[in-house]
Design a protein around this ligand. Structure first.
Ligand code: AMP
Ligand code: GLY
Length: 423
């Protein structure tokens, strides 16, 4: 079958890479894709947020399945429009995508469904937000309610930092409209994990566990980013914990959405914190994690095309997933300066040598200029390897990265350290 993938980041490269290797798939088309994806799919220059152009592309291409990678087109209602025209789509409708599109909606639904999460308040007025922050005290977490590419969360160590962040968001300075509502949250302490589920109506199929590193710097220090590296499985997610996430978080939230008339087809990403008081939900996303998708696809042995089509056609109940027993680890190489400002158009050399050293290089923010790969975004590469242990996979990736010829490239040196401590 022909599959159309929407998106052009590292997650979409991993999806296209796996789809190309799926026996059920004969052709992969990707909009807009990137130079790495071009090895696994035919890239079409249509932006992932241009809904009208994507609809026209689907009509022209007539794919058997459309897989929507990023959150923005989901929140804009691309899946609804495609389904209305009879396409099989993997990705939730707009109403269900609110789970990610609005943290206010998401927190209120968690509360309603009895899903464990941090105590919270929603504010639209800066003075009221400041009063609440001062009465709660620090540390405290301030979140822009809308989409902010993983950067809209400030874990404030002091009251002043929190007040400043909330005022900045509410004034529209830092995240535009996304910050017109802020969620203030109790600060949780513990280890984080990503638990992803393939969902199709009432069928919820867990994927292998994973863990990402959201902070920019070694030791999980510095500002939050979209994710600087990830690995799968996450040793802290025992079978009991995985089951608890399914029963206490995923099932009730999908049921609560359904009660509101929003059926979910797509990936439910549950970000959890394992605290001393038990499991707490940090966030929901309505798509694969980026970079979690890169190690997950590296380990998945099942035919991804068949699985996602079954979900899109509400036949997921008969499906089970097979995984490579090895660990997979992905290190993100970003442009120096990200998540702040950075320069683009710098030549990136050594990519073939990095792959020859036993890794798969997933492209994110890359472009091609006169036959040379250059950086075009914040997160640029996801260098991924399998290994019998996390240490082994990590050694392969960092060994390979010695071949990277890009002075403006930045990456963390400790991806996987928590899992390695457990080993
Ligand atoms: P979110 O987008 O809501 O997952 O937040 C991004 C990151 O901020 C999370 O992965 C956590 O590292 C951190 N974070 C979010 N909420 C909290 C919280 N209530 N307490 C502590 N850290 C948090
Ligand atoms: N890696 C976190 C996310 O995809 O939101």
């Amino acid at each position: 079958m022909k599959v159309l993938v929407v998106g052009g980041g590292g997650r979409e490269h991993a999806l296209c890479w796996k789809l190309k290797r799926s026996p059920s798939v004969s052709e992969v088309v990707c909009a807009p894709g990137n130079p790495g994806i071009a090895h696994d799919a035919r890239c079409v220059n249509v932006g992932a947020e241009d809904i009208d152009a994507l609809m026209k592309l689907a009509r022209d291409e007539q794919p058997k399945l459309v897989v929507i990678g990023p959150e923005v087109p989901l929140v804009l209602g691309l899946a609804d429009q495609l389904r209305a025209e009879g396409f099989a789509v993997y990705g939730p409708d707009q109403a269900a995508a609110e789970l990610e599109g609005s943290k206010t909606f998401s927190k209120r639904l968690m509360h309603e469904a009895g899903v464990p999460t941090a105590r919270f308040e929603v504010h639209t007025d800066a003075d009221a937000a400041e009063e609440a922050i001062r009465s709660w005290g620090a540390p405290i977490v301030i979140k822009a309610s809308g989409l902010a590419a993983g950067k809209g969360v400030i874990v404030a160590r002091s009251v002043d930092e929190a007040v400043h962040a909330a005022r900045d968001m509410l004034a529209g300075n830092s995240f535009g409209d996304a910050g017109s509502q802020v969620v203030i949250e109790e600060c949780l302490v513990g280890e984080e994990a990503s638990c992803l589920f393939l969902v199709s109506g009432d069928t919820i199929l867990p994927l292998a566990s994973s863990q990402d590193h959201k902070a920019l710097l070694d030791g999980d220090k510095g500002p939050n980013t979209g994710g600087m590296g990830a690995y799968s499985p996450a040793p802290c997610v025992t079978d009991d914990i995985a089951n608890e996430v399914l029963e206490r978080i995923a099932r009730p939230i999908i049921a609560a959405l359904k009660k509101r008339g929003a059926e979910f087809i797509g990936t439910l990403y549950v970000g959890v914190m394992l605290t001393d008081e038990g499991l707490k939900t940090l966030e929901f996303n309505v798509r694969f994690g980026d970079p979690e998708c890169q190690p997950l696809m590296s380990r998945l042995k099942s035919d991804l095309g068949e699985v996602l089509l079954a979900a899109a056609e509400k036949r997921l109940d008969g499906i089970s997933l097979e995984w490579d027993d090895r660990m997979a680890l992905c290190v993100v190489v970003s442009s120096d300066g990200y998540p702040g400002s950075f320069s683009t158009g710098e030549a990136i050399g050594g990519l073939d040598e990095i792959e020859a050293a036993g890794t798969t290089v997933f492209h994110a923010g890359t472009a091609e200029k006169s036959g040379i790969i250059v950086n075009s975004g914040g997160r640029v590469l996801g260098v991924t390897a399998l290994g019998a242990t996390v240490s082994e996979a990590q050694a392969t990736v960092y060994g390979a990265l010695k071949k990277l010829d890009w002075p403006g490239g930045f990456y963390r040196r400790d991806i996987g350290y928590r899992a390695i401590e457990r080993e």
